[in-house]
Design a protein around this ligand. Structure first.
Ligand SMILES: N[C@@H](CCC(=O)N[C@@H](CS)C(=O)NCC(=O)O)C(=O)O
Length: 413
């Protein structure tokens, strides 16, 4: 609880820091008269040194009502953020071994993705949050290769659908009919991509064998906290294939950018989705709709998440912004990272993988796709040159272009 309060206070301090310049910087309050914070790259560059929160503003006669509502929302938001961070710090370690798991109830899919052309023989269940970037990344992979799979939407507050598993995060990809218990869990999004890609190199191998190439290492931090690592998560294994036929430089680039996706790009997503209260509200509304929260949560939980969620996520965004030392105007950090990615893709090739997407393309596409439908996505498309690559990726994923690479004799083209 003490940690919770401490974190809540830190959230409040961060928030106070952020709003201070609003009071002193009258000139920028003119910007705040608009309903949306500026997103244009040139404007942002000019005002970046002073710019803070240039978002919604109320009419003066609504001022008291608005302030009270905002204060209540913020107080609840601070508490909820504190709780979320506290829970994340004390989260169950990532143990995927069967020990620690309770019997698994039959999954109740929210959606079934059926692809008649899927010849992989895999039976997959994806436990996910619809808009979580790690989950979108796994879906990008499954869709690109045209796999059939069931989707179980996990409730964002209690994660009831994951109670049976010792792993408490999403995505959790379950290989049905594999292993002694009749299923095998793949807990990390990047590891899931590598396991599947390794399997696609030669589908005549049992997938159990491939999973065994991806051990889970238990480590302790300096503070004595247990953490789990998936050391091979960025490695695709080529088995008997002659490595001389592999493009080593291409593989290095793929690994480098997959890591960058998880360690850099991911960190700019939350602060950008929830940059202002109005953007946070719009993102939460959108995520509630696509994630079916009304059906998945009870009335009280739904009320809480819809009314407090935007404030909590706004504060969390500010905390992450300072943790990852993002630019004062977080849009610029996002634009800069996407520019770096586009430089890596280059002008000559369609994808980082050349004429077809590789795992880095799929990871970056999946990660960015979680923002579709939110204000930040439009800003990103309008202010960077990523749109063409993104469009090609969307087409390749929606058309299941990867399915053509899996031949009927079980090897990858
Ligand atoms: N390294 C993991 C990270 C997954 C992750 O952090 N997922 C978040 C959701 S976006 C989560 O489940 N957090 C725990 C929680 O919600 O309590 C992966 O790549 O799959």
């Amino acid at each position: 609880m003490a940690a919770c309060i401490r974190l809540g206070c830190t959230g409040l301090a961060v928030f106070n820091q952020a709003v201070k310049p609003l009071r002193i910087c009258q000139a920028f309050n003119q910007h705040a008269a608009g309903l949306r914070a500026p997103s244009n790259r040139n404007i942002l560059r000019q005002i970046q040194p002073h710019y803070r929160l240039l978002h919604t503003r109320t009419a003066p006669n609504n001022h008291v009502k608005y302030t009270v509502r905002r204060a209540c929302g913020l107080a609840l938001g601070v508490t909820l953020t504190g709780y979320v961070v506290y829970r994340a710090k004390n989260i169950q370690p990532t143990v995927l071994a069967d020990e620690g798991n309770t019997p698994r109830p039959p999954p109740v899919p929210r959606r079934r993705i059926i692809n008649e052309t899927d010849k992989t023989g895999l039976k997959l269940t994806l436990y996910q949050y619809e808009s979580c970037p790690f989950c979108c990344k796994v879906r990008a992979m499954l869709d690109y290769y045209g796999l059939s799979y069931d989707i179980v939407e996990v409730d964002t507050l209690k994660r009831t659908q994951l109670k049976w598993s010792a792993y408490r995060k999403v995505p959790l990809l379950v290989l049905e009919g594999v292993g002694v218990d009749g299923y095998t869990q793949l807990g990390d999004s990047s590891m899931s991509l590598s396991v599947l890609e390794t399997y696609f190199q030669d589908m005549t191998q049992p997938i159990e064998k491939i999973v065994s190439y991806y051990p889970i290492i238990e480590e302790k931090t300096k503070k004595g906290k247990k953490v789990f690592d998936f050391p091979n998560k960025y490695f695709v294994m080529f088995g008997e294939k002659d490595v001389k036929t592999c493009n080593m430089d291409g593989l290095k680039q793929e690994r480098k950018w997959r890591r960058w996706n998880d360690e850099v790009l991911m960190h700019v997503i939350t602060p950008n989705l929830y940059r202002t209260i109005s953007e946070a509200s719009s993102a939460v509304r959108h995520f509630a709709e696509v994630g079916g929260w009304k059906e998945n949560l009870d009335t009280k939980q739904y009320w809480l998440i819809m009314n407090v969620g935007p404030y909590a996520m706004y504060i969390l965004g500010k905390m992450l912004k300072s943790k990852y030392k993002l630019k004062q105007e977080v849009r610029l950090s996002l634009y800069d990272e996407c520019d770096k990615w586009m430089q890596a893709v280059g002008k000559k090739e369609q994808f980082l993988g050349g004429d077809r997407p590789n795992l880095a393309d799929l990871s970056v596409y999946g990660t960015l796709s979680c923002m579709e439908g939110c204000p930040v996505f439009e800003d990103l498309m309008a202010n960077t040159g990523i749109g063409n690559w993104y469009g090609r990726m969307r087409k390749a994923v929606k058309n299941h272009d990867g399915a053509r690479l899996l031949t009927s004799n079980g090897t990858r083209r």
